[in-house]
Design a protein around this ligand. Structure first.
Ligand code: HEM
Length: 545
């Protein structure tokens, strides 16, 4: 290599390193500008909210910081949400006092437990749940149409799903068996699997068997697209809530929503042809002069897709029957249904296998599953008799609820609202209740409620302490894991039944090793999920191969 070649190579090398440095520099500068821009928006917005918060209510989560404690608490919200709620409950809530919980999106007044029933009874035009749903989920930007009120119409869940899911139990169980077989194979060797990944897979399949039926619920591509959509949707709602001020939303959300819309378009490509085909049948029936009620119900598929089509057809607004709106509703229901059911299923599994007497507990639950699960194929309601399993589900929901707080509402009455103990909340105030701390509070639930005791509800009933066992889907102001009042979770009956079927099948079919220590749970904001690293060991029981 001569001198000139060496020099030109050196130049080339310098040139390449220059471009690399330049690119890194540009990227760094872009990242810094983004952070600066975000701070310019986020910090002033937080300061305004701090200024607007009621002055006579104490704050939780300030951590005794000397400089800008409230601002720092607001900015920390994503990292320490659950701790702040629990600290506030210990200091104020359990003594019947309200407190403020800091947040980047809004600061909320957390009312004491004695107010939960009162909150749940307030009409929508005074204390709104819909407004909170719109603001946290960006309904007018991120999901289907034609209107936000149509998106918020959950009649299909409250009416059709609640009535039909028991009739569909044998299909759901068939899907659960199939999904477990796919995940764990047919051999009798031990498998070490992530509890949360396993529960996510099985829950998605169980739910989507009822949503879209066979064969689509088994399509890997469909599952990937739906999961991508729920993730994109979640990410976009975070950006929308924390980074974009209210006044700029109409402008910015058009762009921020684009990736979610794109992923949504991809995900609905699987459902669209089915919708078109079913709408064709509906049109044919109508032209034959059949009224909607007379459409041959026995010929219709009994699944969520059909329930949505029928409910939208009854609205007499042609836009409700656009395939994109029908498919969009189906996808949107997945946001509510799959993540929640799988997280709770995984929490129950982890609580159960790490219980001090896990072996005896598993034996008892398995006996119950052996007795009732084989009846499901003939009688979908047989799982109703699995009251020990029901107790285990309610106990995890009570002791380790997914969300530390609940009953999220906004005061929308123009003159504000005054609580029973005289606290005036101006229009625009966000209120909520503590779920986790309250449900473990011995002063409310009695001695021992701070402990996890899986068969507590079943035992209470056996001892005659209650006339009827409290079931896992029964809400009250002492059990807020599914909310309370008009907006209480419409999916809870289906969720509890599916978890019973999943847990029942697992215990009947597999040996599961108890865990030696309590598993780690991951806290995100105020939410609780089992860590994906928590592994359980399972093997097919030999006589079931
Ligand atoms: C174990 C699983 C689940 C848990 C713990 C859960 C929990 C909750 C909670 C706490 C609320 C708020 C209630 C309130 O503010 O009063 C809620 C609302 C809701 N849930 Fe669930 N949920 C679960 C499963 C499901 C499923 C399977 C579906 C649908 C298939 C669903 C659909 C909804 C809907 C649509 C709402 C909003 C209701 C309204 O605003 O009127 N959930 N859920």
């Amino acid at each position: 290599m001569d001198y000139f070649e060496a020099v030109s190579r050196l130049h080339l090398l310098h040139g390449i390193s220059f471009i690399v440095y330049w690119l890194v520099g540009v990227l760094l500068a872009a990242a810094l500008s983004l952070v600066a821009a975000a701070s310019l928006i986020v910090i002033p917005a937080a300061l305004i909210r701090i200024h607007q918060a009621p002055k006579n209510i104490p704050w939780a989560g300030l951590q005794n910081k000397k400089w800008f404690p409230k601002l720092r608490a607001c900015l920390r919200e994503m990292a320490v949400g659950r701790a702040a709620v629990e600290e506030g409950y210990e200091k104020y809530g359990k003594h019947g006092k309200a407190f403020i919980i800091p947040g980047l999106h809004w600061n909320a007044v957390v009312l004491p437990p004695s107010h939960s029933d009162w909150v749940a009874r307030q009409p929508e035009n005074v204390l709104s749940s819909n407004k909170v749903l719109d603001d946290t989920m960006g309904l007018q930007w991120l999901v289907h149409g034609p209107t936000a009120s149509s998106v918020r119409d959950f009649t299909v869940l409250r009416r059709d799903m609640t009535r039909q899911h028991i009739k569909l139990s044998h299909h759901i169980l068939d899907e659960i068996k199939h999904a477990f077989d796919e995940e764990l194979g047919s051999g009798t060797e031990y498998h070490k699997v992530s509890a949360s990944n396993l529960c996510a897979k099985i829950s998605f399949r169980a739910t989507n068997r009822m949503f879209v039926g066979l064969p689509l619920c088994r399509s890997e591509a469909y599952e990937t697209d739906v999961t991508r959509w729920t993730t994109a949707f979640g990410t976009c709602t975070l950006i929308m809530r924390f980074l974009i001020p209210k006044s700029l939303k109409p402008l910015f959300m058009q762009f921020v929503a684009l990736p979610t819309k794109l992923v949504q378009w991809r995900a609905v490509r699987f459902i669209r042809p089915r919708i078109r085909q079913r709408l064709g049948v509906l049109k044919h029936d109508k032209t034959l002069g059949n009224s909607l009620e007379n459409v041959q119900k026995e010929k219709e598929p009994n699944d969520m897709l059909q329930w949505i089509i029928n409910a939208n057809a009854a609205k007499d607004n042609p836009r409700e029957l656009e395939p994109g709106n029908i498919a969009g509703k189906m996808l949107f229901f997945n946001v509510f249904a799959t993540g929640t059911t799988s997280t709770v299923f995984a929490l129950i599994l982890c609580d159960m296998v790490s219980h001090v007497d896990a072996t005896a507990l598993i034996v008892q639950l398995r006996e119950e599953a052996d007795q009732y699960m084989p009846l499901i194929m003939e009688d979908g309601s047989a799982a109703r008799h699995m009251m020990k399993t029901d107790s285990v589900i309610r106990e995890t929901l009570r002791h380790n609820p997914m969300g530390a707080q609940g009953l999220l509402r906004e005061v929308v009455a123009p003159s504000g609202l005054t609580t029973p103990d005289g606290l005036h909340l101006p229009k625009g105030t966000h209120v909520q209740s503590v779920v986790s701390g309250m449900q473990r509070d011995v002063n409310i639930g009695g001695a021992g409620v701070d402990e996890y005791d899986p068969l507590r509800y079943w035992r209470e009933a056996q001892r005659g302490e209650v006339s009827k066992q409290l079931s896992a889907s029964q809400v009250s102001d002492r059990f807020l894991s599914f909310g309370l009042g008009k907006h209480a979770c419409p999916g809870r009956f289906f969720a509890v039944n599916s978890i019973k079927l999943m847990l029942g099948h697992l215990l009947m079919t597999y040996d599961i090793e108890p865990l030696k220590a309590k598993p780690e749970y991951t806290v995100i904001g105020e939410g609780l999920i089992p860590s994906a690293k928590t592994m359980v060991r399972l093997r097919r029981r030999s006589f079931t191969t």
